[in-house]
Design a protein around this ligand. Structure first.
Ligand SMILES: [Zn+2]
Length: 333
């Protein structure tokens, strides 16, 4: 099961590649091999020097490999300047760039492992972080919908709009359809599958306070994690506002940061965020950004996960691996 979870984490974390379980596993190996090789590329020192003048925001999901995660944090302590969400907000407010080699650690979806695995490792090193929460899961034992859909489809679940096509494309197809169709397909999978998905213990409101008190700021990641670009205007507003109200109630103060589900920027979402007083918004575009974010509601992030080897981690942090991936996609297209 552990191997499965590692692939799951990687697949959801690596929005750029999409694809199915098998493809994700192959991609992971290839990317790791690529990272090892890139580390010795003659341009890596140049990328590292340039990266010193950029802001690296790392986008993790859950932490499945705490040893490897600890090694990554040690790396950050040695090579970078970990900063808090508050420091990024201050830089934006005062129009003053963050220090060279600034890194902000973030977690999307607020898997329980952020509390059980990440917090102790961060706390031991005094590294601040931010977790983006899917509000309707808080205090429940409901799995993430993408894990649920995958499980149901592998246990006899069927949905009209998913009848044709390879099972490995399930997640990509669900994310591509209009949101009402995604919700209907999920419902059809639930009623037709011969097994119920395993329960997944989620964070509670008290856990959110424990994270915040431990130096992990809490941000909004919508109510139910739809792809905002597939939602109508009312749903975009309801998804952001619903999570905003719940988080304000639990934390006793309104959140000021938002991460776009699946990393995709949405203009309508940005309007709602501005109305609600949000100051910082985070993408999943696998890029470094300026040390003074020029569009504070569209801050770039780098995709990493706890299983990333430290060698590959270095090439991501330097911007070389993301640049190589962009170049390679263009070359293939
Ligand atoms: Zn997410």
């Amino acid at each position: 099961m552990h191997g499965d979870r590692r692939r799951e984490e990687h697949r959801h974390g690596t929005h750029l590649d999409g694809g199915g379980r098998h493809r994700a596993a192959v991609d992971t190996e290839q990317q790791d091999a690529r990272g090892e090789w890139l580390r010795f590329a003659p341009v890596q020192p140049l990328f590292r020097a340039l990266a010193a003048q950029r802001l690296a925001v790392l986008a993790y999901h859950g932490v499945t490999d705490h040893r490897s995660f600890g090694a990554q944090l040690d790396r950050l302590q040695r090579l970078a300047t970990p900063v808090s969400l508050g420091a990024v907000l201050q830089a934006v407010t005062e129009r003053r760039p963050l220090p060279p080699r600034s890194v902000l650690v973030t977690f999307d979806d607020a898997d329980r492992s952020v509390l059980t695995h990440a917090l102790p490792a961060l706390d031991a090193r005094g590294i601040p972080a931010t977790a983006f929460v899917i509000s309707e899961l808080i205090g429940t034992e409901r799995p993430f919908w993408w894990h649920e859909a995958d499980f149901l489809a592998r246990h006899g679940g069927r949905a009209r709009s998913l009848d044709c096509g390879h099972p490995s494309q399930l997640l990509r197809r669900l994310k591509a359809m209009p949101d009402p169709d995604r919700r209907r397909s999920l419902h059809e999978l639930r009623v037709s599958a011969d097994r119920r998905p395993p329960r997944q213990e989620q964070l509670t409101p008290a856990d959110l306070l424990a994270l915040r008190d431990g130096g992990v700021a809490i941000g909004n990641h919508t109510q139910g994690h739809p792809c905002l670009g597939r939602c109508d205007d009312d749903t975009v507003r309801a998804e952001i506002t619903g999570a905003h109200e719940a988080l304000t109630r639990w934390l006793g103060e309104p959140p000021i940061a938002f991460a776009y589900p699946d990393g995709g920027h949405d203009v309508r979402a940005e309007t709602v965020l501005q109305e609600l007083g949000y100051r910082l918004g985070f993408l999943s575009d696998h890029r470094l950004g300026p040390r003074l974010p020029s569009h504070p509601l569209q801050i770039s992030r780098l995709q990493v996960d706890s299983t990333t080897s430290t060698r590959r981690f270095d090439t991501i942090l330097s911007g070389l691996e993301p640049a190589y991936r962009r170049w390679r996609r263009q070359a293939v297209a």
